[in-house]
Design a protein around this ligand. Sequence first.
Ligand code: TXA
Ligand code: MG
Length: 331
Amino acid sequence: MSITEVDFARAVELIRAGELVAFPTETVYGLGADAANPAAVAKIFAAKGRPADHPLIVHIAGHDAVDHWAEQVPAVAWELMETFWPGPLTLILKKQSWVPDAVTGGQDTVGLRVPGHPVALELLRAFAAVAGEHAGIAAPSANRFGRISPTTAEHVREELGERVPLILDGGPCKVGIESTIVDCSRGEPVVLRPGHIAPAHLEAVIGRRPRIETADGAPRVSGSLAAHYAPQTPMRLVSSERLLDFINAQRHKGDRCGVISTGQPPQAGMPHAWRMLPADPVGYAHDLYAALRDMDHAGVDLIAVEALPDDPAWAAVADRLRRAVAGAGQA
Ligand code: TXA
Ligand code: MG
């Protein structure tokens, strides 16, 4: 669909009125509310079923809004913004004292991002035109808590349905996994969530390899919970070498097995469902969440995911897969 068909006027009207609007970004779809309105932000938590102490990312239209939301912004943060915004990078910064606790989960920091999607940017600009030039839209991924992030408008409908009055359709998300989160609030930059922008890209800007701190179970970043991004069907990571044996064993047990792999399905002993993903990390990330959703709908008892190469280039998708496996089948 073309962008001109998106009803920005209605979206802005709803957000101004304290309602929710789902919108596309280049990473995943977001569930947005006026970030300066705590009652509106509370509706996000209610719709997602998300614990209220999990902080949200504030989406802004450009660098000019940063000082409105954050203070003591270090030089390295400005350099990262210059290089990667608009784009799939969220920066954690010391917040201005006025920023509502509803957004920050009561912390003294705020997550900021300028998304690299024309619909998101146009929405942010249109909102800022009526709500003030620094206005921001708080938005987590538009899925129910712990579940797979949506990468199409249809996925959002599936996740939230009537809980969201308007879903802007901007087509499938380009990146497909959530933004890289870099904490710039405590001196040296620390990666809290891996993403499309990899440590090597960050290193090129900050001059050294950033520390990575994606501890399982850390509550500060809900996406870093050990179980997250999860399908309802149980899931297993299986090495390439063991995949065929594994499929056969499932068949002998009478279980319907779905497979996500970068290879072709075997000629014989075909499992119940097979989804082939691109053999490069960018293409894989783009298709991963849709593939997990497909498998949830395929009527299989178990999803076998072929283990990924142990290589830094695959770190972000490997991170999402690990957490999906940990949370799968628990819904
Ligand atoms: O790509 C993305 O980042 C997407 C799109 C919609 O922008 N959003 C997203 O939001 O993934 P969400 O809420 O699902 O994940 C945002 C993560 C959470 O894990 C949250 O804990 C972390 O960002 N976060 C937000 N503010 C933070 C803060 N002040 N300190 C530490 N982590 C923060
Ligand atoms: Mg999320």
